[in-house]
Structures are given as structure tokens and as C-alpha cells.
Write a protein that binds this ligand. Structure first.
Ligand code: PMP
Length: 358
């Protein structure tokens, strides 16, 4: 009988699904581009591929559990102590670990909405409570409202900058003003997944902020600017008590040998990778300028993606994109997020934007 079937904790049934970006549609005679997961269109550099190939031969062994070389490389690169770092299986792994390590069931996690869709999943999975604060009409975080949403039960505030999927980033002045209002017992997580794409006046200086505040955590990733999404490597920078808690709850061997090797080889080739980021930023400028010239009111795009506030027309836009051979990311009833991709893919987006009614 059903009484004898094992049942997961009640909140597990309440976990919202993570809808991953669809792969490109296969159509005879037509190249299709995936612009639905904010990936980097450039493959790993040849030197990175070579290093990984060399490491594959030892994949019968567990990885270095402590990932000592990668911790050291990051510590050197960032100028922070190894103890203030925590590696994870993608930066999404850090979000889960933060909630797990800091929230009792029913504790509150405040974040902007819409934002990264893994936030409600991680919060619900830990039986914590999401407090979603709507983004402003221009897609920016409403940091005043987020500070006002902090209660005695709030343990974490997630600040996503640039915000996925709407695009704008928080300024340094805005973050400083926010931190001055939030009690120091609340953990403020600055999700910097798209950090390297930011080009704006007075951007958040994550490292300087972490150095000044005992309650600030930065989460970063090799998935976006470094183009290693498939390897799953992210890291947090935080004062030792926080970073240590993250390491304590981390999945043993969660960063594979090939992932460690790919991340180290990419750090060694950072200048070349950042040139690619520059090219993507130039493409983003071309796309956003083209969209605005065509009459679209798109929000400021500081990540490697643009947001279309389409409401009820969201799925029509996604279908029209599919016809043109670009796969975008629709959020039904809300809008569409489109990653900056190959030049040809971006051309197709501009063509779609010309043809689709504003
Ligand atoms: N944070 C944000 C804001 C993201 O958009 C993403 C990826 N979509 C992540 C974190 C997680 O990236 P990863 O797990 O690949 O590091």
C-alpha cells in the first residue's frame, strides 16, 4: 500500500523544475544556434583541451579531493588566502551549499525576482522560505525593497549582478548603501557569474567589498567568461568562517580531475580568454544598439545575454526565433532571454527583432 512507500520530505514535492535551455532544433540544410543557456560560443582554447586530454588517462583515480593546485592558482590570481575560497560543482553548487549551511527549515532567503531560477530550487530543497522581491520595471534589483524585506528570520540575501535574466548590474554605490542597511548577521551573497562582461560606470568591486565586510560572499564561475560550462567549476570568495562552512558541506570529489585541470589551464591563458570576452561584449553592444534602433525597449545588458519583456507574446517570439534557427530561452508569460552567441546567430536575432512586431 502507499503507506509503505518511502516518501521524500514534503518540501521536495514543492521544488520548482529547472527548465534547462533547449538544444538547437535539427533542420535539414540549416545550421541552428543555441542561445538558450548563456554559454560562451567559443570552445575551450587548444592548450586547455590538450591539458585535459593528458589528464583523461588518470580518470580511473579520484581527483585531488582538496583541489590543492586550483585553490593555489585562484589564491594567487585573486590575492586572497586559500582559506577564504571554496570550490564547487559549478557556482550553482555554491548556492545549494550556502542555503544548506546557513538556513534552518523556515528561515528566509531574500532575492530579486525574476532572477536565476536555481535560487527557488535550492531554497525549497533545504526547506527554507523564499522571499521574492520584484525587480524594477527596467530589470534592476530593487535593493531598497530587498533591504526592507529582511526580517528576524532572514539568513541570506542573494544579489545577482548582472541579473540573469533581465541584464542590469548593481553599482558599487548601490551595493554599499544596501550593505549599510542589512544587519551583519545576514549573509549577503553577490552572485558574480557574469562579472567579466560588466562594462558600466561604478561597477561593484566584489573583492574590495568582501575585504570590508564579514558577511559578504562572492560566487563566481568558470562557465561563462572562461567557456568551461560543461566542466562544472565555480568558487566562492568569503571570510574563512563562511568559506569553511561551504567546504564542510561540499560534495566529496565534486570537482573532477579534468575540471580542475581545465580551470588551471584557463587561468594560465586568461588574457586570451578575456580577449574573447571583449569580442562578445562588442557583439552585445552591436545587438543592443540594433535592437534599440529597431524600436525595442531592452533593458541594460551587462551579462552575455539580452532580455525581451514580452509578456503574453513570449512563446510566439520563441517560436519565431526557432524558425530562424536560433533557440532562445522563454519564460512563459514574462519574456525571453537570448544569449550573445556567434556573429551569425546574433545577426539572426537582429533579423527576428526587425520582423517581429514590437
Ligand atoms: N548564477 C547565475 C546568475 C547564473 O546565471 C548561472 C548559470 N546560468 C549560475 C550562477 C550557475 O552557473 P554554473 O553552475 O555553471 O557556475
Amino acid at each position: 500500500s502507499t503507506e509503505q512507500t518511502p516518501t521524500p520530505r514534503p518540501n521536495i514535492g514543492a521544488i520548482p523544475p529547472y527548465v534547462a535551455g533547449k538544444p538547437p532544433t535539427v533542420r535539414p540544410g540549416m545550421v541552428s544556434y543555441k542561445l538558450s543557456s548563456n554559454e560562451n560560443p567559443y570552445p575551450p582554447l587548444p592548450g586547455v583541451v590538450e591539458a585535459v586530454q593528458q589528464a583523461v588517462g588518470s580518470m580511473n583515480r579520484y581527483p585531488d579531493m582538496g583541489s590543492a593546485s586550483l585553490y593555489q592558482a585562484l589564491s594567487d590570481r585573486l590575492g586572497v588566502p586559500v582559506d577564504d575560497l571554496s570550490l564547487a560543482t559549478g557556482s550553482v553548487g555554491l548556492i545549494y551549499q550556502l542555503v544548506q549551511a546557513f538556513c534552518e527549515p523556515g528561515d528566509e532567503v531574500v532575492y530579486a525576482w525574476r532572477s536565476f531560477e536555481a535560487y527557488p530550487i535550492a531554497v525549497t530543497a533545504a526547506a527554507a522560505t523564499s522571499v521574492k522581491v520584484p525587480v524594477l520595471p527596467d530589470g534592476r534589483h530593487d535593493l531598497d525593497a530587498m533591504a526592507a524585506a529582511v526580517t528576524d528570520r532572514t539568513r541570506i540575501v542573494l544579489v545577482c549582478t548582472p541579473n540573469n535574466p533581465t541584464g542590469p548590474a548593481v553599482t558599487r554605490a548601490e551595493l554599499d548603501a544596501f550593505l549599510a542597511k542589512v544587519p551583519p548577521r545576514v549573509l549577503v551573497v553577490v552572485d558574480e557569474a557574469y562579472l567579466e562582461f560588466v562594462r558600466m560606470a561604478d561597477p561593484v568591486d566584489g573583492l574590495a567589498t568582501y575585504r570590508r565586510h564579514r558577511n559578504v560572499v562572492l560566487t563566481r564561475t568558470f562557465s561563462k567568461a572562461y567557456g568551461l560550462a560543461g566542466f562544472r567549476v565555480g568558487y566562492a570568495v568569503a571570510p574563512e568562517p563562511i568559506a569553511g562552512a561551504l567546504r564542510a558541506v561540499s560534495l566529496p570529489f565534486g570537482v573532477s580531475t579534468v575540471a580542475q585541470v581545465a580551470a588551471i589551464a584557463s587561468l594560465e591563458r586568461e588574457a586570451e580568454l578575456l580577449e574573447r570576452v571583449e569580442a562578445l561584449v562588442a557583439e552585445r553592444t552591436r545587438v543592443v544598439d540594433g535592437l534599440r534602433a529597431a524600436g525595442w525597449d531592452v533593458p541594460e545588458a551587462q551579462g552575455n545575454f539580452v532580455w525581451f519583456d514580452l509578456g503574453e507574446r513570449t512563446l510566439d517570439f520563441a517560436a519565431a526565433a526557432d524558425e530562424l534557427g536560433i533557440v532562445v530561452r522563454p519564460f512563459a508569460g514574462e519574456g525571453v532571454r537570448v544569449s550573445i552567441g556567434e556573429d551569425e546567430a546574433n545577426d539572426r536575432l537582429l533579423k527576428l527583432a526587425q520582423e517581429f512586431p514590437r
